[in-house]
Design a protein around this ligand. Structure first.
Ligand code: DGL
Length: 258
């Protein structure tokens, strides 16, 4: 494996760009290829078999582009498929799981909230993590429709505000002091979430931790890029507009049928 090869990232759609931003900020000298499988979003409502099949398809696309490491920039794909991916392909994988641990360790009320997809909250990996903190009450809420609204460019719609209020008010009423965002689409909703929940509730996601872990894995495998030729490539299998707005003008998002 050549260290000049890119890092691959994939998500069910545009949300994993929140992870890409953290990775690029920490590792600006690395080339990346980001795959948004928006055509098949949301993954959160699919069966585990379907999520595994889509995760394999995305992985194989990235392997064909010679990626040296793959970040599964999707909680749903990580919690349902990463074990199979690690067993099937000979390349380092970094996954994203809801940040239950820091929230549980720091909570003063011993009550934390988690907003995530149905696929993540129903996964065995998630249940195993929650079981480690049995003294903490974990208030779970499925974020029905949030991913679709973001994918459709309706992030600032009335519908979004209504859904966020419906999901968050009952969690606040249960006295949570941490809100874990367990889906890579949700960090884009933080400004809106902050308008709904009280200031003392801390919001955490896993983006920074994933970037640090990526750096660590590159380091121990001697995979840091040594070439000056650095490229950031973005592919989406639906209209690129929403993703283009999320990543800004500096990089171009291309349509690709994968
Ligand atoms: N970004 C994905 C995640 O982190 C969204 C899953 C979905 O498509 O439902 O879970």
């Amino acid at each position: 494996m050549s260290n000049t090869n890119p890092i691959g990232l994939f998500d069910s759609g545009v949300g994993g760009t929140s992870i890409w931003k953290e990775v690029h900020a920490l590792l600006p000298n690395e080339s990346t290829i980001y795959l948004a499988d928006s055509k098949n979003a949301p993954y959160g409502q699919k069966t585990q078999e379907e999520i595994i099949a889509l995760s394999k398809k995305n992985t194989e696309f990235l392997l064909n582009q010679n990626c040296k490491l793959i970040i599964v920039a999707c909680n749903t794909a990580t919690t349902n498929a990463i074990k199979v991916l690690r067993n099937s392909y000979d390349i380092p994988f970094i996954g994203i799981e809801p940040a239950i641990k820091p929230a549980a360790l720091h909570s003063k009320t011993q009550k934390i909230g988690i907003l995530a997809t149905q696929g993540t909250l129903n996964s065995e990996l998630f249940h195993q993590t929650v079981a480690l903190y049995s003294d903490v009450k974990v208030v779970e809420q499925i974020g029905y429709e949030l991913v679709q609204l973001i994918e459709n460019g309706e992030m600032y719609s009335k519908k979004m505000t209504q859904l966020l209020e419906d999901y968050l008010h009952p969690m606040v009423a249960q006295d949570i002091d941490y809100l874990v965002l367990g889906c890579t689409h949700y960090p884009y909703l933080i400004p809106q979430i902050k308008k709904i929940i009280p200031h003392h509730i801390k919001i955490i996601d896993s983006g920074e931790a994933v970037a640090k872990q990526t750096k660590h894995i590159l380091e121990i495998n001697n995979l840091f890029n040594t070439s000056k030729d650095v490229k950031q490539i973005f592919y989406i299998n639906q209209a690129p507009q929403v993703m283009q707005e999320l990543i800004g003008d500096k990089f171009r998002v291309a349509y690709k049928d994968f």
